[in-house]
Design a protein around this ligand. Structure first.
Ligand SMILES: *[C@@H]1O[C@H](CO)[C@@H](O)[C@H](O)[C@H]1NC(C)=O
Ligand SMILES: *[C@@H]1O[C@H](CO)[C@@H](O)[C@H](O)[C@H]1NC(C)=O
Ligand SMILES: *[C@@H]1O[C@H](CO)[C@@H](O)[C@H](O)[C@H]1NC(C)=O
Ligand SMILES: *[C@@H]1O[C@H](CO)[C@@H](O)[C@H](O)[C@H]1NC(C)=O
Ligand SMILES: *[C@@H]1O[C@H](CO)[C@@H](O)[C@H](O)[C@H]1NC(C)=O
Length: 253
């Protein structure tokens, strides 16, 4: 049995076809919406994805150029819903996802209080909601599901949860938790591995951020500036592993 916390290693330059980027600067106005019926998207990346073998949809961020494993973030994994979904960018509540019956299925909880002025779909795979002074109020990079992308940093308190299977996005109990004390813990019901990056004999030894940097290095940044390089080998030999997938586009591979 293998559970996966996905880490996609992509060059942000290869992420989206250039013709898509040329269409727009990625700015999304308050009041803008996407619907399953309209089959619309923001920069081709933020869109509804129909699940395989059924008529249910997920609000997701995905990459059109990669045929497989395209979804890198999703909103309503626990509540995929039939055609008729609408997501709207609102000033007071950020992104609000409603069903065709008008039921609110999901909304983005702002990490910083404020009035949303606009959203920006970034070619890094992030969608940033900003106020009129361009302060960031919410972004998927700070609320990841099961994937981290290069350039993504997880603060203490963050977590990743694996999906049930390739096509079932319900979160399952395999998790990576970055605790408030700086320790990174893997758990499935019970913790089974930790990096022990807590306060120890060495001052500043504890973890501050979990970093997947632009060159694809994955490490815990310690309070004292040191790195705890976290590698997939650390979990080798267990039933669990951390998958880091290198995806080439057809050109550079
Ligand atoms: C991006 O496009 C929107 C709508 O076309 C426009 O209002 C905004 O000023 C543009 N932003 C930049 C930075 O060019
Ligand atoms: C939605 O758009 C995609 C990409 O443009 C296209 O491949 C697909 O056939 C469309 N689906 C429907 C139901 O129109
Ligand atoms: C948003 O916050 C509410 C109330 O705190 C909570 O019930 C809900 O689960 C949160 N939603 C998300 C998507 O985090
Ligand atoms: C996209 O994200 C990068 C890295 O955070 C940032 O430097 C850049 O300004 C962002 N682009 C837009 C259009 O917001
Ligand atoms: C990513 O981290 C590695 C290892 O710490 C470092 O050598 C590299 O320069 C970093 N890349 C960027 C873009 O910061």
């Amino acid at each position: 049995m293998a559970f996966t916390v996905r880490l996609f290693l992509l060059s942000s330059l290869l992420l989206l076809p250039t013709y898509v980027l040329a269409q727009t600067n990625g700015s999304i106005a308050v009041g803008a919406s996407l619907s399953t019926a309209g089959n619309s998207s923001w920069l081709s990346a933020f869109r509804f994805q129909q699940l395989e073998n059924n008529n249910l949809f997920l609000l997701s961020i995905w990459f059109a150029k990669i045929p497989d494993r395209t979804i890198v973030w999703y909103a309503n994994g626990d509540k995929p819903a039939p055609n008729g979904l609408v997501v709207t960018l609102t000033a007071s509540s950020g992104l609000v996802l409603t069903s065709c019956q008008g039921e609110q299925l999901w909304k983005s909880n702002q990490t910083v209080a404020g009035v949303v002025a606009h959203g920006v779909m970034n070619d890094t795979g992030n969608f940033v909601m900003e106020d009129k002074k361009s302060a960031k109020l919410w972004e998927p990079f700070k609320n990841p599901t099961d994937t981290m992308l290069p350039g993504q940093i997880m603060e203490r308190g963050g977590k990743l949860s694996s999906r049930n299977s390739e096509t079932d996005y319900l979160r399952r109990c395999f998790q990576l938790d970055f605790h408030d004390d700086g320790n990174l813990v893997f758990r499935e019901q019970r913790p089974f591995y930790s990096t022990a990056t807590t306060t120890g004999s060495v001052p500043g030894h504890e973890g501050l951020q979990l970093v997947f940097n632009d060159s694809g290095n994955f490490y815990i940044l310690r309070v004292n500036g040191g790195h705890y390089p976290f590698t997939t080998e650390e979990l080798a030999g267990r039933d669990y592993y951390l998958q880091s997938t290198l995806i080439f586009d057809g050109v550079s591979a």
